[in-house]
Design a protein around this ligand. Structure first.
Ligand code: SF4
Ligand code: SF4
Ligand code: SF4
Ligand code: FES
Length: 354
């Protein structure tokens, strides 16, 4: 055991970690899930929601997401007392909002809902007056916001300041008047938000959501498939969600890609063209000034004929080709190889150089 290693006990099981890790980090690295809402591994620790409370050495109740694990610590995360404490925390988190999951398009994918189901806490809070807090479903083409479902966990604040570095979100007010605000009370569509969607991806409730999903399917109806973003050479990995009708409705950053879960506005929202009715899906050849649909064989034969004519009459350097960051490395390699070996020119360039 090196000097930095520590051993702690969680629910009677001995697990090891590294000095400086919190109890929650050691537990989750060892496959033990301690409930949490404000904690997210991609942002700095907040210690705001208190859901991650654990009993330490039989007496002290500590927030496991901020409490450093020390060698020999005896931690209990689940027993009768901890269940009661967690239920109380969940009820408190719900107490100021209106969590009618039937009206929430994050239902089925909501971390808060998941914990309430697990600890048998009533979610529907319809006695609370509706629309008491801000709902902003229209100001932004990308995001929508329902403050009634906000638990003030601060994940969005840190997602925006630490990952996207835009500092759009912050808290205002104190105590029971505390609330989330964007750019000093601007509506989200009028704020400096660049619509990367990172705050929505990290929000553990339906307080922040995507416009594109609105009315196009509930979480449990969506099918997920991973792919690569088609917009630039970073090659972000994306989980695309389709609804029952086969429409693409949502894009979430995948953790395993070079993007590590993050996306920019293009990858996040730029997928509607796939199902756009103006999309060109077959080659077009201009005949007598008008485009006519053609087969791929016809189109490629025509291009090959014209290239050959130009090369034979004006020489290979009369042709140049420009490739794209949307293509894969292999496609770009083939592109320059074709120009050099088949056409016979070094006139190749790439959009990323501009
Ligand atoms: S945010 Fe979660 S708990 Fe609240 S209404 Fe939506 S799905 Fe239900
Ligand atoms: S979408 Fe991106 S830029 Fe806009 S508020 Fe959320 S994290 Fe900030
Ligand atoms: S909007 Fe979501 S992420 Fe932001 S504070 Fe509210 S619940 Fe947390
Ligand atoms: S997860 Fe620890 S206080 Fe919120």
């Amino acid at each position: 055991m090196n000097g930095d290693q520590i051993t702690i006990k969680v629910n009677g099981k001995e697990i090891s970690g590294v000095k400086g890790d919190t109890i929650l980090e050691v537990a989750s690295r060892n496959g033990i899930d301690i409930p949490h809402l404000c904690y997210h591994p991609k942002i700095s620790k907040t210690g705001a929601c208190r859901l991650c409370m654990v009993k330490v050495n039989g007496t002290m109740i500590k927030a496991s997401c901020t409490e450093p694990a020390t060698d020999g610590m005896d931690v209990v995360s689940e027993d009768k007392e901890m269940t009661e404490i967690r239920k109380g925390v969940l009820e408190m988190l719900l107490s100021e909002g209106d969590h009618n999951c039937l009206n929430c398009d994050w239902s089925g994918d909501c971390e808060l809902q998941g914990y309430c189901n697990k600890y048998d806490v009533e979610l529907r809070n319809s006695d609370f007056p509706k629309n008491v807090r801000q709902k902003d479903f229209v100001s932004s083409k990308a995001l929508k916001r329902d403050e009634n479902k906000c638990i003030l966990c601060g994940r969005c604040v840190k997602a925006c300041s630490e990952i996207q570095v835009m500092n759009v979100w912050d808290f205002t007010g104190r105590g029971s008047h505390a609330r989330l605000t964007s750019d000093v009370e601007a509506k989200i569509g009028e704020s400096t938000c660049v619509a990367c969607g990172t705050c929505v991806q990290l929000c553990p409730t339906g307080a922040l959501s995507f416009q594109q999903v609105l009315g196009r399917g509930q979480s449990w109806d969506l099918k997920k498939e991973s792919s690569i973003c088609i917009y630039c050479g970073v090659g972000c990995k994306i989980d695309f969600y389709t609804n029952k009708e086969g429409q693409l409705v949502k894009a979430m950053g995948h953790n395993d890609g070079p993007n590590e879960g993050h996306l920019c506005v293009k990858g996040r929202f730029g997928f509607d063209f796939v199902q756009g009715d103006k999309r060109i899906t077959s080659p077009l050849i201009k005949k007598d000034g008008k485009f006519e649909e053609a087969t791929w064989d016809e189109a490629l034969d025509l291009v090959a004929k014209k290239f050959t004519e130009i090369r034979n009459t004006k020489g290979p350097d009369a042709i140049m080709a420009f490739s794209s960051a949307k293509c894969t490395n292999e496609e770009n390699y083939l592109h320059q190889k074709f120009m050099r070996s088949v056409v016979g020119t070094n006139n190749v360039d790439h959009c990323a150089r501009l």
